[in-house]
Design a protein around this ligand. Sequence first.
Ligand SMILES: NC(=O)c1ccc[n+]([C@@H]2O[C@H](COP(=O)([O-])OP(=O)(O)OC[C@H]3O[C@@H](n4cnc5c(N)ncnc54)[C@H](OP(=O)(O)O)[C@@H]3O)[C@@H](O)[C@H]2O)c1
Length: 259
Amino acid sequence: MNRPKVVVLSEVSVDGRLAVSRDRLLLYGDERWNAIATPGQVNVFELLRSIHKPEATLEGSGSFVRDVEEPQPWLGQETGHSSESLYSDFLPEAVLHRPGHRGWFTAVDGRGRIRWLYKEYLDEAWKGWWPLVWVSHSTPAEYVAYLRREEIPYLVAGQERVDLGAALEKMKSALGVTCVLSTAGGRLNGALVRAGLVDEVNIQFLPAIIGGFDTPSLFDAPNLKADELPTRLNLISAQVETGGRVWLRYEVVREAVSG
Ligand SMILES: NC(=O)c1ccc[n+]([C@@H]2O[C@H](COP(=O)([O-])OP(=O)(O)OC[C@H]3O[C@@H](n4cnc5c(N)ncnc54)[C@H](OP(=O)(O)O)[C@@H]3O)[C@@H](O)[C@H]2O)c1
Protein backbone atom coordinates (compact mmCIF):
# COMPACT_ATOMS: atom_id res chain seq x y z
CA MET A 1 0.00 0.00 0.00
CA ASN A 2 1.43 3.36 -1.01
CA ARG A 3 0.29 5.55 1.87
CA PRO A 4 1.78 8.20 4.16
CA LYS A 5 3.42 7.25 7.44
CA VAL A 6 0.86 7.45 10.26
CA VAL A 7 1.99 8.63 13.69
CA VAL A 8 -0.47 8.54 16.60
CA LEU A 9 -0.32 10.83 19.63
CA SER A 10 -2.67 10.49 22.61
CA GLU A 11 -2.72 12.04 26.07
CA VAL A 12 -4.33 9.70 28.60
CA SER A 13 -4.74 8.96 32.27
CA VAL A 14 -2.66 6.07 33.63
CA ASP A 15 -5.67 3.80 33.03
CA GLY A 16 -5.77 4.80 29.35
CA ARG A 17 -8.78 7.15 29.42
CA LEU A 18 -8.77 9.95 26.80
CA ALA A 19 -11.34 12.16 28.51
CA VAL A 20 -13.14 12.22 31.86
CA SER A 21 -16.48 11.16 30.37
CA ARG A 22 -18.21 10.63 27.04
CA ASP A 23 -20.45 13.65 27.47
CA ARG A 24 -17.67 16.27 27.53
CA LEU A 25 -15.42 16.98 24.54
CA LEU A 26 -11.90 18.21 25.23
CA LEU A 27 -12.10 20.51 22.22
CA TYR A 28 -14.52 22.78 24.10
CA GLY A 29 -12.60 22.66 27.38
CA ASP A 30 -13.14 20.53 30.45
CA GLU A 31 -11.98 21.70 33.87
CA ARG A 32 -11.74 18.18 35.25
CA TRP A 33 -9.40 17.17 32.41
CA ASN A 34 -7.44 20.42 32.63
CA ALA A 35 -6.84 19.75 36.33
CA ILE A 36 -4.82 16.63 35.48
CA ALA A 37 -3.40 17.65 32.09
CA THR A 38 -1.03 20.28 33.39
CA PRO A 39 1.65 21.07 30.78
CA GLY A 40 4.85 19.05 30.85
CA GLN A 41 8.35 20.36 30.11
CA VAL A 42 8.27 18.84 26.64
CA ASN A 43 5.63 19.83 24.09
CA VAL A 44 5.39 16.39 22.50
CA PHE A 45 3.01 17.52 19.77
CA GLU A 46 5.46 20.18 18.57
CA LEU A 47 8.41 17.81 18.97
CA LEU A 48 6.69 15.19 16.79
CA ARG A 49 5.87 17.86 14.25
CA SER A 50 9.54 18.80 14.06
CA ILE A 51 10.67 15.14 13.83
CA HIS A 52 8.13 13.90 11.26
CA LYS A 53 7.09 17.11 9.48
CA PRO A 54 3.50 15.87 8.95
CA GLU A 55 1.64 17.67 6.19
CA ALA A 56 -1.67 16.58 7.75
CA THR A 57 -3.21 15.99 11.16
CA LEU A 58 -6.15 13.64 11.65
CA GLU A 59 -9.23 13.69 13.90
CA GLY A 60 -12.48 11.73 13.94
CA SER A 61 -15.91 13.29 14.14
CA GLY A 62 -16.03 12.13 17.79
CA SER A 63 -13.61 14.93 18.69
CA PHE A 64 -16.15 17.53 17.44
CA VAL A 65 -19.62 16.11 18.12
CA ARG A 66 -20.82 13.96 21.02
CA ASP A 67 -22.55 10.66 20.25
CA VAL A 68 -25.79 11.81 21.86
CA GLU A 69 -25.80 15.15 20.10
CA GLU A 70 -27.92 15.97 17.06
CA PRO A 71 -25.61 17.97 14.78
CA GLN A 72 -26.86 21.43 13.86
CA PRO A 73 -29.25 21.35 10.87
CA TRP A 74 -27.85 21.49 7.36
CA LEU A 75 -26.66 24.86 6.28
CA GLY A 76 -28.86 24.83 3.16
CA GLN A 77 -30.57 21.90 1.47
CA GLU A 78 -30.03 22.29 -2.24
CA THR A 79 -27.25 20.21 -3.77
CA GLY A 80 -27.26 21.43 -7.39
CA HIS A 81 -24.82 18.65 -8.36
CA SER A 82 -25.21 15.26 -9.96
CA SER A 83 -24.48 12.46 -7.58
CA GLU A 84 -21.51 11.51 -9.78
CA SER A 85 -19.83 14.91 -9.39
CA LEU A 86 -20.78 15.18 -5.72
CA TYR A 87 -19.16 11.87 -4.81
CA SER A 88 -15.88 12.56 -6.57
CA ASP A 89 -12.91 14.08 -4.76
CA PHE A 90 -13.25 17.84 -4.30
CA LEU A 91 -9.84 19.52 -4.40
CA PRO A 92 -10.41 23.09 -5.64
CA GLU A 93 -7.35 24.73 -7.16
CA ALA A 94 -7.96 27.93 -5.19
CA VAL A 95 -7.55 26.02 -1.94
CA LEU A 96 -4.78 23.67 -3.07
CA HIS A 97 -2.60 26.51 -4.23
CA ARG A 98 -3.38 29.10 -1.59
CA PRO A 99 -0.39 31.26 -0.74
CA GLY A 100 1.05 30.23 2.61
CA HIS A 101 -0.48 26.74 2.59
CA ARG A 102 1.20 24.59 5.22
CA GLY A 103 -0.96 21.60 5.94
CA TRP A 104 -4.30 19.81 6.15
CA PHE A 105 -6.40 19.65 9.25
CA THR A 106 -8.07 16.37 8.27
CA ALA A 107 -11.25 14.93 9.76
CA VAL A 108 -13.02 11.61 9.16
CA ASP A 109 -16.70 12.39 8.88
CA GLY A 110 -18.55 9.62 7.07
CA ARG A 111 -21.89 10.57 8.66
CA GLY A 112 -21.54 14.30 7.95
CA ARG A 113 -21.71 15.48 11.56
CA ILE A 114 -19.12 18.25 11.74
CA ARG A 115 -20.10 21.87 11.00
CA TRP A 116 -17.07 23.91 9.94
CA LEU A 117 -17.43 27.20 11.76
CA TYR A 118 -13.77 28.13 11.21
CA LYS A 119 -11.74 27.39 8.15
CA GLU A 120 -8.78 29.70 8.64
CA TYR A 121 -6.98 29.46 11.94
CA LEU A 122 -5.76 32.71 13.43
CA ASP A 123 -3.54 30.97 15.94
CA GLU A 124 0.06 31.34 14.67
CA ALA A 125 0.76 27.61 15.10
CA TRP A 126 -2.10 26.71 12.73
CA LYS A 127 -1.83 29.50 10.15
CA GLY A 128 -1.85 28.01 6.67
CA TRP A 129 -3.65 24.81 7.77
CA TRP A 130 -6.95 24.17 6.04
CA PRO A 131 -9.72 21.62 6.76
CA LEU A 132 -9.96 18.52 4.62
CA VAL A 133 -12.70 15.91 5.14
CA TRP A 134 -12.81 12.19 4.37
CA VAL A 135 -16.31 11.10 3.36
CA SER A 136 -17.76 7.91 1.85
CA HIS A 137 -20.34 7.17 -0.85
CA SER A 138 -22.92 6.89 1.97
CA THR A 139 -22.31 10.33 3.43
CA PRO A 140 -25.53 12.42 3.12
CA ALA A 141 -25.54 14.34 -0.17
CA GLU A 142 -26.60 17.57 1.59
CA TYR A 143 -23.45 17.44 3.70
CA VAL A 144 -21.16 16.82 0.75
CA ALA A 145 -22.84 19.72 -1.09
CA TYR A 146 -22.33 21.88 1.99
CA LEU A 147 -18.57 21.11 1.93
CA ARG A 148 -18.47 22.13 -1.73
CA ARG A 149 -20.28 25.39 -1.08
CA GLU A 150 -17.92 26.17 1.78
CA GLU A 151 -14.88 25.33 -0.40
CA ILE A 152 -13.81 22.65 2.05
CA PRO A 153 -11.89 19.98 0.15
CA TYR A 154 -12.88 16.36 0.61
CA LEU A 155 -11.77 12.91 -0.46
CA VAL A 156 -14.31 10.15 -1.13
CA ALA A 157 -13.24 6.67 0.00
CA GLY A 158 -15.39 3.65 0.82
CA GLN A 159 -19.00 2.64 0.20
CA GLU A 160 -20.78 2.22 3.55
CA ARG A 161 -18.14 3.89 5.69
CA VAL A 162 -14.89 5.76 5.09
CA ASP A 163 -12.23 3.31 3.88
CA LEU A 164 -9.31 4.56 5.94
CA GLY A 165 -6.60 2.83 3.89
CA ALA A 166 -7.98 4.13 0.59
CA ALA A 167 -8.29 7.66 2.02
CA LEU A 168 -4.68 7.55 3.17
CA GLU A 169 -3.55 6.39 -0.27
CA LYS A 170 -5.37 9.38 -1.79
CA MET A 171 -3.68 11.72 0.66
CA LYS A 172 -0.39 10.64 -0.84
CA SER A 173 -1.34 10.31 -4.51
CA ALA A 174 -3.54 13.42 -4.77
CA LEU A 175 -1.92 15.74 -2.21
CA GLY A 176 1.63 14.45 -1.81
CA VAL A 177 1.22 13.94 1.93
CA THR A 178 4.05 11.80 3.32
CA CYS A 179 3.13 11.82 7.03
CA VAL A 180 -0.15 12.09 8.95
CA LEU A 181 -0.15 12.88 12.67
CA SER A 182 -3.31 11.45 14.24
CA THR A 183 -4.45 13.11 17.44
CA ALA A 184 -7.84 11.39 17.17
CA GLY A 185 -9.89 9.71 19.86
CA GLY A 186 -9.83 6.00 20.65
CA ARG A 187 -12.29 4.71 18.08
CA LEU A 188 -10.59 6.22 15.07
CA ASN A 189 -7.09 5.32 16.29
CA GLY A 190 -8.40 1.84 17.18
CA ALA A 191 -9.76 1.39 13.66
CA LEU A 192 -6.45 2.57 12.17
CA VAL A 193 -4.52 0.06 14.29
CA ARG A 194 -6.87 -2.82 13.43
CA ALA A 195 -6.45 -1.98 9.73
CA GLY A 196 -2.64 -2.08 10.10
CA LEU A 197 -2.36 1.60 9.20
CA VAL A 198 -0.32 2.91 12.16
CA ASP A 199 3.48 3.16 12.12
CA GLU A 200 4.28 4.97 15.38
CA VAL A 201 2.42 5.27 18.67
CA ASN A 202 3.07 8.04 21.20
CA ILE A 203 1.30 8.00 24.52
CA GLN A 204 1.58 10.70 27.14
CA PHE A 205 0.43 9.33 30.48
CA LEU A 206 -0.93 11.80 33.00
CA PRO A 207 -0.61 10.92 36.70
CA ALA A 208 -4.29 10.21 37.34
CA ILE A 209 -6.86 7.42 37.18
CA ILE A 210 -10.31 8.07 35.69
CA GLY A 211 -11.98 4.68 35.24
CA GLY A 212 -15.46 4.28 33.79
CA PHE A 213 -17.05 1.60 31.60
CA ASP A 214 -17.88 3.93 28.73
CA THR A 215 -15.19 6.58 29.09
CA PRO A 216 -13.31 7.15 25.78
CA SER A 217 -10.18 5.00 25.93
CA LEU A 218 -7.03 4.35 23.95
CA PHE A 219 -7.61 2.24 20.83
CA ASP A 220 -11.31 1.53 21.44
CA ALA A 221 -11.47 -1.17 18.76
CA PRO A 222 -13.66 -4.27 18.35
CA ASN A 223 -12.51 -7.40 20.20
CA LEU A 224 -9.67 -9.34 18.58
CA LYS A 225 -10.98 -12.18 16.44
CA ALA A 226 -9.83 -15.70 17.38
CA ASP A 227 -7.15 -15.64 14.68
CA GLU A 228 -6.02 -12.02 15.23
CA LEU A 229 -2.88 -11.17 17.19
CA PRO A 230 -2.25 -8.10 19.35
CA THR A 231 -0.35 -5.31 17.60
CA ARG A 232 3.22 -5.52 18.89
CA LEU A 233 5.34 -2.44 19.55
CA ASN A 234 9.07 -1.71 19.82
CA LEU A 235 10.03 0.92 22.34
CA ILE A 236 11.83 3.92 20.80
CA SER A 237 12.07 6.03 23.96
CA ALA A 238 10.57 6.58 27.40
CA GLN A 239 10.71 9.96 29.07
CA VAL A 240 9.69 10.72 32.62
CA GLU A 241 8.98 14.34 33.49
CA THR A 242 8.85 16.10 36.80
CA GLY A 243 5.22 16.21 37.86
CA GLY A 244 4.67 12.58 36.88
CA ARG A 245 3.98 12.74 33.16
CA VAL A 246 5.46 9.87 31.14
CA TRP A 247 5.88 9.91 27.38
CA LEU A 248 6.28 6.54 25.67
CA ARG A 249 7.24 6.40 22.01
CA TYR A 250 6.91 3.13 20.08
CA GLU A 251 7.18 1.93 16.53
CA VAL A 252 4.67 -0.65 15.35
CA VAL A 253 6.23 -4.02 14.57
CA ARG A 254 5.42 -5.07 11.01
CA GLU A 255 4.73 -8.79 11.23
CA ALA A 256 6.30 -10.84 8.42
CA VAL A 257 3.61 -12.15 6.10
CA SER A 258 3.86 -15.94 6.07
CA GLY A 259 3.48 -18.08 2.93
N1 LIG B 1 -6.83 12.87 25.19
C1 LIG B 1 -6.63 12.88 23.87
O1 LIG B 1 -5.50 12.79 23.37
C2 LIG B 1 -7.84 12.97 22.97
C3 LIG B 1 -7.64 13.16 21.58
C4 LIG B 1 -8.77 13.20 20.76
C5 LIG B 1 -10.04 13.05 21.29
N2 LIG B 1 -10.18 12.89 22.64
C6 LIG B 1 -11.50 12.66 23.22
O2 LIG B 1 -11.93 11.37 22.76
C7 LIG B 1 -13.35 11.38 22.56
C8 LIG B 1 -13.64 11.06 21.10
O3 LIG B 1 -13.16 9.78 20.82
P1 LIG B 1 -14.08 8.70 20.10
O4 LIG B 1 -13.38 7.41 20.17
O5 LIG B 1 -15.45 8.81 20.66
O6 LIG B 1 -14.19 9.27 18.63
P2 LIG B 1 -13.23 9.22 17.35
O7 LIG B 1 -11.89 8.71 17.69
O8 LIG B 1 -13.38 10.52 16.70
O9 LIG B 1 -13.90 8.04 16.49
C9 LIG B 1 -15.08 8.22 15.80
C10 LIG B 1 -14.78 8.57 14.34
O10 LIG B 1 -13.96 7.55 13.75
C11 LIG B 1 -14.63 6.98 12.64
N3 LIG B 1 -14.41 5.53 12.63
C12 LIG B 1 -14.38 4.71 13.70
N4 LIG B 1 -14.16 3.44 13.29
C13 LIG B 1 -14.06 3.48 11.94
C14 LIG B 1 -13.84 2.49 10.94
N5 LIG B 1 -13.68 1.20 11.26
N6 LIG B 1 -13.79 2.88 9.65
C15 LIG B 1 -13.97 4.17 9.33
N7 LIG B 1 -14.19 5.17 10.23
C16 LIG B 1 -14.22 4.82 11.51
C17 LIG B 1 -16.12 7.27 12.91
O11 LIG B 1 -16.80 7.19 11.70
P3 LIG B 1 -18.40 6.98 11.63
O12 LIG B 1 -18.96 8.36 11.67
O13 LIG B 1 -18.61 6.26 10.33
O14 LIG B 1 -18.80 6.17 12.83
C18 LIG B 1 -16.04 8.67 13.49
O15 LIG B 1 -15.81 9.65 12.50
C19 LIG B 1 -13.83 12.76 22.91
O16 LIG B 1 -14.23 12.76 24.27
C20 LIG B 1 -12.58 13.62 22.76
O17 LIG B 1 -12.64 14.78 23.54
C21 LIG B 1 -9.12 12.85 23.48
